[in-house]
Ligand binder design. Sequence first.
Ligand code: HEC
Ligand code: HEC
Length: 358
Amino acid sequence: MHEANPWLPLVARIRPNGLPTVNNASSPSESGCVAGPHMVEPSLVQDDGTTILGFKMKGSWLFSIAIAAIFISSTVWVLTKPHLPFSADDPRLTPGDAERGRLVFAAGDCGSCHASPGQPDRLRLGGDLALASPYGTFRTPNISPDRQAGIGSWSVADLANALAAGVSPAKKHYYPVFPYASYTGMKIDDIRDLYAFLRTLEPVADHPQPHDIALLFRIRRFVGLWKFLFFNEGRSEGMLNGDPLHDRGAYLVEVVGHCAECHSSRNVFGAIEPITRFAGGVSSEGVGFNPNITPGGIGSWSENDITMMLRSGKTPDHGYVGWSMADVVRNTAELTEADRIAVARYLKSLPPRPTAHP
Ligand code: HEC
Ligand code: HEC
């Protein structure tokens, strides 16, 4: 047995002209290779008579796959890179007005998710509210001005990047359960005012629990792919028509109030399906159905009925709204009457859509 190297029979079969030949010295019993005069595999000989050597062909395939893999992964890496639209010295980020910020906070419903659960103070922003989803349970962070537990060390640019781009100061993507896909259309003035208001609140030292989500989703970089497919930074879905009240309503409904985040159905990636926008959908917790609020669902409600509901929770047909909408109304009740009318006017102008079916 002179051929200890199992690759040798194969090598021995390659003549300098590149044509495969028979290694007469090898027999199946000696080398484990069953090459014989009649064993030149047809696949090695191309139609034009030239020959591709098995190992060469495999090598070039592997090479192409490796190049493709490198190309795809670097493209994905670039596409999923977190992007920070605001820098600390952005001239647009001048100090805001905290009193106006209070209204932005109410319109944005921030307290419904970030107020510490189990206590009545909506401005105690210790977080830790559990948000169930098909991907696991998310926990809201502490956004009080506490420097350790909250966002006390943040600049206004940090807040702007979180709301407009869904990116943290550490340059990590946020999960879209934080509804920045809507907030991304927020006016810079509103973000500045909101920041000023948040600074006036009590610091809360509580540390919320970490998210309890599937292992794969813990890799935040993947959210970059979701953003690539479904997120339009800085864009509002609002349809404007030049009537200032209607257009203000478009901003409040589509952007700050993020009403579509609850009143629509989602695809398997958790992104809103455009044809179901405002036409209703299963709640994110998977229990109950959030109603259709296009004229296809509440067409019989007048502008006045909607305004009244946003002020008091009272509906024209069935008493009072409940569930998470009761929380929303605690906020819309704090808005100006003009803003509530604006929301109602915009809802009345939506294209009527049939109620989405889960
Ligand atoms: C539907 C619930 C929900 C609403 C409404 C909401 N948030 Fe959040 N928010 C979250 C969740 C969940 C996270 C954590 C996301 C993550 O870990 O990727 C978050 C993250 C944040 C962060 C990042 C905090 C940190 O420590 O990195 C800030 C700041 C924030 N939200 C501010 C706001 C403001 C301001 C509003 C209102 C305009 C608001 N949120 C409304 C759920 C919500
Ligand atoms: C956190 C999820 C959530 C958000 C955000 C939300 N809603 Fe709702 N909404 C609900 C749920 C749940 C109901 C059903 C309440 C019930 O049946 O008692 C509801 C009910 C309603 C109704 C009554 C519909 C009916 O047929 O009775 C209207 C109108 C409405 N919402 C408008 C809005 C507007 C406008 C916004 C944005 C400012 C908004 N909602 C934001 C969850 C939400």
